[in-house]
Design a protein around this ligand. Structure first.
Ligand code: HEC
Length: 178
C-alpha cells in the first residue's frame, strides 16, 4: 500500500516536472544569444522591400534619403556636431580597422557577413565572437551591448532607427559584405 502511494506521488512530481519543462522551454530558447525568430522566418522575409539607396544614405551620411538625420546619442562630440554615418568610423566598406578621432579603440568590421560570422576582428586581432543576429545587431545599436552581453566602447554611438531604416541599413551592410 505504502509503495503504491509512493509511486503515485513520484508520478505526480514527474508529471509536474514535465509540465514545467514544457512551458519553460520557449522562455529559455528565446533568450538573447543566437536564436531569434527573424532567423527562422528567413532573411529574405526580413529584407523584403528594402531600399539599398536609403541604406547607403544612412551608412555614409547618417541621414535617410528624405534628408532626416538618424537620431544618435553618445559617441564623440564631432559626430553629433558635424554628422556622419557608419562609414565615418567603420570605413567605406564597413571593413573597420580605424581609430576614430578622439577614440582609443579600433573599429571592428560591420558588414553583415563579419557580424554574423563567428570569427571577427577586434582591435586588429582575429577573435572568436558570439555571432550577431538581426535582433542583437539592433540591440547593439540601441543599447551598446554585444551578443555576449558586454558593453561596447562609448566611442560607438547609440543609434535609434525606425524599423524600415534599420532594415535598409542592414540590407546595405549585407551588400557590402558580398
Ligand atoms: C564615432 C565612430 C563610430 C561611428 C560613427 C559608428 N561606430 Fe560602430 N563602433 C565604433 C567603435 C569604436 C566600435 C568598437 C566598440 C568596442 O569594441 O567596444 C564600434 C562597434 C560597432 C558594432 C559592434 C561590432 C562588434 O564586433 O561587436 C556594431 C554592430 C557597429 N559598431 C555598427 C555601427 C553602425 C551600423 C554604425 C552606423 C549607423 C556605426 N557603427 C557607427 C565606432 C563607431
Amino acid at each position: 500500500m505504502i509503495t503504491f502511494q509512493r509511486a503515485y506521488m513520484y508520478n505526480t512530481w514527474f508529471a509536474l516536472f514535465l509540465l514545467i519543462s514544457i512551458f519553460a522551454t520557449p522562455v529559455f530558447a528565446d533568450s538573447d544569444s543566437g536564436h531569434d525568430e527573424t532567423a527562422e522566418k528567413g532573411m529574405d522575409e526580413f529584407f523584403k522591400g528594402a531600399s539599398q539607396k536609403n541604406g547607403w544614405s544612412i551608412f555614409y551620411e547618417g541621414m535617410t534619403l528624405q534628408g532626416k538625420r538618424i537620431e544618435i546619442a553618445g559617441g564623440p562630440h564631432w559626430l553629433s556636431m558635424h554628422g556622419g554615418g557608419c562609414a565615418s568610423c567603420h570605413g567605406e566598406k564597413g571593413q573597420g580597422g580605424f581609430t576614430p578621432m578622439m577614440c582609443n579603440k579600433k573599429t571592428p568590421p560591420i558588414y553583415l557577413k563579419a557580424l554574423m560570422g563567428s570569427e571577427h576582428e577586434h582591435n586588429g586581432m582575429k577573435e572568436k565572437h558570439t555571432p550577431y543576429t538581426i535582433k542583437t545587431i539592433r540591440r547593439a545599436l540601441e543599447f551598446s551591448i554585444n551578443p555576449a552581453a558586454e558593453r561596447l566602447d562609448p566611442c560607438m554611438p547609440k543609434w535609434y532607427l525606425w524599423d524600415d531604416d534599420f532594415r535598409d541599413l542592414l540590407f546595405y551592410l549585407k551588400m557590402i559584405g558580398e
